[in-house]
Design a protein around this ligand. Structure first.
Ligand SMILES: Cc1ncc(COP(=O)(O)O)c(C=O)c1O
Length: 364
């Protein structure tokens, strides 16, 4: 099958070496080579979060399982939590918290605007909250929230700080040690350049101690981090069968990330994002997110009402590029362009040229 340039907000194009790993013969999850490979993956995951002190988890499940594991670890029924709802995935955090019986207060922002740390401080001063949830990059609006400032506000108010890094980790700076969050998580299919299906979670020692203390009151089976801890310590321990090939592919993708260097990778994402945003704006096409808070991993673009499907189709059929449309009511007037993982500078420029051509042939 012809290779397309996948620029949806995840999954992303896989490297040749990752694809080769995916076609290896099946091995069992207790195979000594797999066990060694998986232990290395947990360490590589630590490195990508910069989680040198806390606990690190990697298991089969998507980003949503990471959200659920975080909520189940943080709250018990009746706890009050604050969710910074800056888009589609903020809303999902609200819904998951409600499922677990938490009383949810939301702090919203206009579409395409960021969560304001001052507003967070005021909200936290007005009540007692067990946890604060923030989405680093909301893939629905493509806004990038100032997580370091928000985590600081949460911690100084005595709340747990939980960061959804699904659309950022590996592409935008998220330094778990430095910001002092209690949980941050991502999925394999975004900036890490691996196939979908693995969740990676960094957890503070404080939160792990709280989890220990509530033991039998954790209201999830599969997403209970206490159950996964033994597997992380010794991957020969059985809890649930890992997606073996996926974990091997993730290992390869994380090795490639280390070869590149985390900071160089953040810089590449920043450079490509700038190329894409500048190219789009030079054609007088409007970006969705306010200046200063645009993500380096995904960009939202407004089109004329109803024009998004035609531009998406032209990009796909005439240039071999896949992008995504807006979610919900923005489906026909917004495009979302993923530019993370392995995207090169040349591919970013190719996208800009193709996009401008597609917009000229179809009204943007
Ligand atoms: C910010 C964010 N959080 C959570 C998720 C959910 O991840 P998944 O689709 O892997 O379950 C996504 C998916 O796009 C996301 O972008």
């Amino acid at each position: 099958m012809e290779e397309r340039l996948l620029m949806v907000p995840g999954p992303t194009n896989l490297s040749k070496r990752v694809r080769e790993v995916l076609s290896r013969p099946q091995v069992g999850h207790t195979d000594p080579d797999f066990v060694k490979n998986f232990s290395e993956t947990v360490q590589l995951a630590r490195n990508v979060f910069r989680n040198s002190k806390g606990h690190q988890f990697v298991f089969t499940g998507t980003g949503t399982v990471g959200m659920e594991a975080a909520v189940a670890a943080a709250v018990e029924p009746g706890d009050s939590v604050l969710v910074l709802n800056t888009g589609y995935f903020g809303q999902r955090m609200v819904d998951i918290n409600k499922c677990y019986g938490a009383g949810v207060e939301e702090l919203g922002a206009a579409f395409g605007c960021h969560a304001d740390p001052d507003a967070v401080r005021k909200k936290l001063a007005a009540g007692r909250f067990k946890a604060v949830y923030v989405t680093h990059v909301d893939t629905g609006t493509t806004v990038c929230n100032p997580i370091a400032d928000i985590v600081r506000e949460a911690k100084s108010a005595g709340a747990l700080a939980i960061v959804d890094g699904v659309c950022s980790v590996g592409g935008i700076e998220l330094d778990f040690d430095r910001i002092g969050a209690d949980i941050a998580f991502t999925g394999s299919q975004k900036a890490l350049g691996a196939p979908p299906g693995a969740v990676l979670i960094a957890v503070s020692n404080d939160l792990m101690a709280q989890l220990e203390a509530k033991k039998d009151r954790v209201r999830t089976y599969y997403a209970n981090l206490l159950r996964w801890r033994a597997v992380m310590d010794d991957p020969r321990t059985y809890f649930a069968t890992p997606a073996v090939q996926l974990m091997q592919a993730l290992n390869q993708a994380l090795k490639e990330l280390e070869e590149e260097g985390l900071e160089k990778r953040w810089a590449r994402h920043k450079g490509n994002a700038k190329t894409i945003r500048d190219g789009i704006e030079s054609s007088r096409i409007k970006l969705v997110v306010e200046a200063g808070y645009r993500a380096d991993t995904v960009t939202g673009v407004w089109t004329d009402a109803g024009a998004a499907p035609a531009i998406q189709k032209s990009l796909r059929e005439e240039h071999g590029i896949d992008v995504a449309r807006g979610l919900g009511e923005n489906n026909a007037k917004m495009l979302r362009v993923g530019h993370f993982g392995n995207l090169t500078e040349a591919q970013a420029r190719f996208f800009v040229d193709s996009f401008i051509q597609s917009c000229k042939s179809k009204p943007a």
